[in-house]
Design a protein. Sequence first.
Length: 280
Amino acid sequence: MFGSNPFAEVSALIPPSFMQAYVVFMILLVAGGTLYDVYHKKSARYFFDNWKKSKSRGTRTVDSSAMRSIGVQTAMHDVLASGEFCNPRRRMAHLLTMYGFIAYVLATIVMVFWYPTPATPTPAIWPVLWTLGALVVCVGGYWFWFFIRVDVAAEGNHPLRIVRADLFILSLLASVTFGLLWAYLQSVGSSWTTLFLGLYLIATTVLFGSVPWSKFSHMFFKPAAAFQKRVAVANGTLDGLPPPADRSDPATRNRHSMELLKDAPLDMGLGIKREQPRHY
């Protein structure tokens, strides 16, 4: 299983041209679904309008070098390291799922387009990367689903409760799980291989075809939102929010909204981090 290309082995049943056309179709579904989501929710219009407002109301000028620096910070911290997650368990689960998915998709594309049949031997790295990527997605995804979801961990809902927001994670887990089972059954010559191949294709089609109704497109919106947030901090607008309260400043302590905290210790409030929110 780790050393064989499952797509090359199934080429006797499904022509390579069909597999390649299917992958292209999935890419088009993601692109079309994302564009539809942007149009339907007017996300692009919101970002551009907010960008113009931030630029016109900014109290500080952000030059091109600062913009490049903000872009690098956004890529390194918010995208590659998922720095927006304060919960280390949630962050780790997200990173496992993200990098596992990237490896899984990359290996799929390479094996389907460059090594589609046994006549073109597949380098050992690609089946290993495909299998490990799918396994890592399973680790991060199932860990999130059963133990980290806020509606389960903090709100006391049943782990099997499903809402529309769960469409992405469930279809992703179904795709990689059925894919792994199909590859294993095919490697041992099981009679169940065709059934799980069908389930794998159905789950994968739902994953990439449900972009307008799932959280799939968030992976494109979140970097833009993170970049815009950093720009708003740099130019002083803070997206219209008040600046962080500094209770060491007498002027801040004398504000009406700070009346109850005026004489409180400066480190007051950190006790909320001593326990998990389970007061449902």
